[in-house]
Write a new protein. Structure first.
Ligand code: UDP
Ligand code: MG
Length: 317
């Protein structure tokens, strides 16, 4: 078989209802490109029929490859496992739930062919809840500020990378990561295009509020130590203001006399600072926990079996 020019990478976790319509739309687009391609699905420990549907599809679609995970390791690990086995000059990630229209793929390919190494996307008229959209806005702005990167939409997974960026990502061994941000650090000539966005076609979002918060911690602390530095600055600021406050009390005492009232005001102020201190310990804990995960050097994910591959991955963990 010819070496694929484009690799499509799709993580799937309990997506049985979306797979047939996805393939129905994806295959004509890929065949229309007129270049050899491969489609790699990672089954991220699904508990529904996702895996059996994918396996049966490999029989009729020779370009289809499936990686079966031995549990749920998360969307980003699912994508990384597929990256390690990808052969294409251009690698494109896509969600399985048809929120990213496969019809946009040729535009992404065209951008890479123009010489860009990473093509990001901005979701036009994003079809998610107001809460998700507002949260993303905050995350996008703060992440750009903290990491010094420029990206308008970190959340959109319809993205294209050239081989060089993928090879660099494959050499990273971090246990928690956020792929669009990781790719950005290896990119010298990125671009962004606007793509349309639809509602999830079947099933529910796989991200609970808790998982979303975890993911965004990965993004914030995984790529910068600015949160720690801000914390140190806040400590300095608090100490300086408390010196000012002590001086004020001293002068007040010499002019009006000692103060006794306002004990509960003091409580309020104290609780505020205790809150900040606990947050600070938690923040330091995030980094320490991350270091702990890295030094244990456990495998980031476990592949039970693969289907449809003809070659072994070049990079092994
Ligand atoms: N996904 C995954 N493992 C997970 C969670 C999600 O492989 O633990 C996949 C999921 O099947 C989908 C993609 O990641 O293809 C995006 O997930 P989802 O649509 O639930 O996220 P949202 O669009 O709500 O951000
Ligand atoms: Mg989705």
């Amino acid at each position: 078989m010819e070496k694929p020019y484009v690799t499509i990478v799709i993580p799937a976790y309990n997506e049985e209802g979306n797979l047939p319509p996805l393939m129905e739309r994806l295959l004509p687009v890929m065949r229309g490109l007129g270049k050899p391609f491969e489609i790699i699905f990672t089954d991220d420990g699904s508990r529904d029929r996702t895996l059996s549907i994918l396996k049966s599809m490999t029989r009729s679609v020779p370009e289809l490859r499936v990686i079966e995970f031995n549990g749920n390791f998360g969307q980003h690990m699912a994508i990384l496992a597929a990256f390690e086995r990808s052969l294409g000059e251009i690698v494109i990630t896509l969600d399985a739930d048809l929120q990213n229209p496969p019809e946009e793929i040729p535009r992404l390919v065209a951008e890479i062919e123009k010489g860009h190494d990473v093509v990001g996307t901005i979701r036009l008229k994003r079809q998610d809840s107001i809460f998700r959209k507002a949260a993303s806005k905050v995350v996008n702005i703060t992440t750009n500020k903290m990491t010094g990167m420029r990206m308008s939409d970190y959340g959109c997974m319809l993205r294209a990378y050239n081989r060089e960026v993928i090879d660099n990502i494959n050499h990273c061994q971090e246990t928690t990561t956020f792929i669009p941000a990781l790719a950005q650090t290896f990119s010298s000539n990125p671009t962004e295009i606007e793509v349309s966005h639809s509602e999830r076609s079947e099933g529910e979002s796989k991200y609970s509020l808790y998982r979303l918060i975890r993911l965004n911690f990965d993004l914030m602390t995984g790529f910068s130590v600015v949160p720690l530095q801000l914390f140190a600055l806040m400590g300095i600021f608090t100490s300086l203001s408390s010196i000012g406050f002590a001086l004020f009390l001293l002068i007040r005492r010499s002019m009006i006399g000692a103060e006794v009232e306002g004990v509960f005001t003091l409580f309020a102020i104290t609780f505020f600072f205790i809150g900040i201190i606990i947050f600070g310990i938690g923040l330091v804990g995030e980094y320490v926990g991350r270091i702990y995960q890295e030094v244990r050097r456990r495998p980031r994910y476990v592949v039970r079996k693969v289907y449809g591959f003809t070659t072994e991955p070049e990079v092994t963990r």
